[in-house]
Write a protein that binds this ligand. Structure first.
Ligand SMILES: [Zn+2]
Length: 153
């Protein structure tokens, strides 16, 4: 019969939490697919952005606004110019400012979303652990773990 030593357990590597819960994981992993934030690569300035300049703008009733952002690669069809379908009054300067502002709010939104995701992961873990009150053994375990953590400092 084989005699096992008391502390001779097989050793395992720790398993990582989900990727987005990792300390190094940054919200930067989420990038929009569009290049131009003023028009989201549609060639037409986003409605919400248009309303910053044209207060009473109603999409569908008023002319769509042509995007003139410096880093915008979208070429609108000539037909739109010929038929005078577009509002072409937004200068490159206006579109660049809208682009910059939209970039900023995108970043904020991304970070908020990231925080919410982290929070929901924490909640799930807590819920899973606490679906019933702890037994004494579990309480002991928890307190010992806390002690362990303190000793590590
Ligand atoms: Zn654009």
């Amino acid at each position: 019969m084989r005699v096992w030593q008391m502390n001779n357990y097989p050793q395992l590597q720790p398993l990582q939490l989900r990727e987005e819960a990792q300390p190094g994981y940054e919200a930067e992993s989420w990038k929009p697919t569009w290049n131009c934030f003023c028009c989201h690569d549609t060639g037409l300035v986003q409605d919400l952005l248009v309303k910053k300049i044209i207060k009473n703008y109603v999409s569908g009733r008023h002319k769509p606004v042509e995007c003139n952002a410096t880093n915008c690669n979208i070429q609108l069809g000539r037909y739109l110019y010929k038929t005078n379908t577009l509002d072409r009054r937004f200068s490159a300067e206006i579109c660049d400012r809208l682009d910059a502002e939209e970039r900023q709010s995108w970043q904020q939104w991304r970070q908020q979303k990231h925080q919410k995701r982290l929070a929901s992961i924490d909640l799930n873990v807590t819920k899973n652990l606490r679906f019933r009150s702890r037994t004494n053994e579990e309480q002991f375990d928890v307190e010992r773990r806390h002690q362990d953590i303190r000793n590590d400092y």
